[in-house]
Design a protein around this ligand. Structure first.
Ligand SMILES: Cc1ncc(COP(=O)(O)O)c(C=O)c1O
Length: 385
């Protein structure tokens, strides 16, 4: 059965893999530098550090920026659980925000929270209710559609709030807004984090990257990823780091995939267009819009089910699609409602649970053919009659 987003091997993956195996460069080798440089070039990011996953990238980003125990981090509730877990790994405390209709961080509510519920003391921002320092915000560019960071960067800078972009899903998405024109996702905040998991727009069979314009952050992130090694020869480690390096084998696959990213984005756009066209007159099914202020990578097309019992309809659609070898996924269950995270503060969340119960992720692998898309669409249509 096909997953919602399967990898598409279409370039030099095998060639590069063979090269790294033949040269006995499995963990360390030339593909790491090549992949890093290609990301730098493609995203126009000054520094890039490869790591083992998108989750480890966010974990290290928070550590690099200097999070302290019990610092609060503002996070959207509508994201993959990894975003929140990375805060907890650093002994931080999440404060959950709602999402807007693009499924991204609700900027209006975020601004309101900062104005009404926080105060500044010295150089830091504090939560009025908990008196804890608020250290950072993690905007997540959901499904590849960008959060309008032009709206929050000034406020964050004034409040000394660090920005870590969770750009796990948005490699290749760029802003159209004047202030950020042509800037890539992941390059606006203090640090941006990418994921190359198997389901992403490109994959390295698992991996991530940390993007930054700061040399200081870059050096610290690299140090942490590599077990905080101060002297390699005699194993001196003056701090506690992580084994979060990406292997050369993973980088070889990642490089080959990145060489073809324009091709994948083109395919994703066509898939989105197909679904949009097919359901444009549907009374009950609505293909979600991507933000208008950005050129998005269209990584994941999603659909809202506007019927009385969406749970039942989703169940029916799912079991019919399975018979033909296709799968769908329901949207994330909001993170503030997940058992480990219920006890943390959430701010005026109303939209995320509504969207979550009605939204499905449609099959979007870049290799899907028109014939397959047509089949998927007609199965879905049949199930709402
Ligand atoms: C929004 C978001 N954040 C973080 C991650 C974590 O990335 P990884 O799976 O590479 O750890 C993912 C994807 O898996 C994601 O979709």
């Amino acid at each position: 059965m096909l997953g919602v987003n399967e990898p598409y091997i279409s370039g030099k993956e095998l060639k590069y893999l063979k090269e790294s195996i033949k040269s006995n460069e499995l963990s360390i080798g030339k593909f790491k530098g090549k992949f890093e440089n290609k990301i730098k070039q493609y995203c126009k990011s000054k520094y890039v550090s490869l790591c083992s996953s998108g989750t480890s990238a966010i974990q290290v980003a928070l550590h690099t920026l200097g999070i302290k125990e019990n610092d609060e981090v503002i996070v959207p509730t509508f994201t993959f659980i990894a975003t929140i877990n990375a805060v907890i790994y650093n002994k931080g405390i999440p404060v959950f925000m709602d999402c807007d209709d693009n499924c991204n961080l609700d900027i209006k509510k975020f601004n309101k929270f900062i104005f009404e519920n926080t105060f500044k003391k010295g150089n830091n921002l504090f939560n009025k209710k908990t008196k804890r320092r608020i250290f950072a915000v993690i905007p997540v560019h959901v499904w590849g559609g960008l959060v309008d960071l032009s709206e929050i960067t000034k406020l964050c800078r004034k409040s000394n709030l660090k920005i870590i972009e969770d750009a796990a899903e948005s490699l290749g998405s760029k802003y159209k807004i004047k202030k950020l024109k042509n800037r890539s996702s992941g390059t606006i905040g203090d640090i941006g984090c990418l994921s190359f998991n198997g389901n992403k727009i490109i994959t390295s069979a698992g991996g991530g990257a940390i993007l930054t314009k700061s040399k200081k952050y870059h050096q610290k992130a690299n140090y942490l990823i590599n077990q905080a090694t101060d002297k390699q020869f005699n194993y001196i480690h003056n701090n506690i780091g992580y084994n979060f390096r990406m292997s050369n084998i993973n980088a070889a696959i990642g490089l080959a995939q990145l060489e073809k990213i324009s091709f994948y984005i083109k395919k994703k756009k066509l898939i989105n267009k197909f679904y949009r066209e097919f359901f444009k007159n549907s009374e009950h099914l609505k293909i979600n819009e991507f933000p208008k202020y950005s050129n998005n990578n269209y990584w994941q097309t999603t659909m809202i089910i506007n019927l009385k019992n969406p749970k039942l309809v989703i169940k029916k659609i799912r079991s019919s699609l399975i018979k033909y070898g296709f799968s769908i996924r329901q949207a994330w269950h909001p993170c503030h409602m997940q058992i480990p995270y219920k006890k943390f503060e959430s701010y005026k969340i109303s939209n995320a649970p509504k969207i979550s119960s009605r939204l499905i992720c449609l099959p979007c692998s870049s290799f899907l053919k028109k014939k397959q898309l047509l089949k998927i669409c007609s199965i879905i249509s049949k199930n709402i009659k």
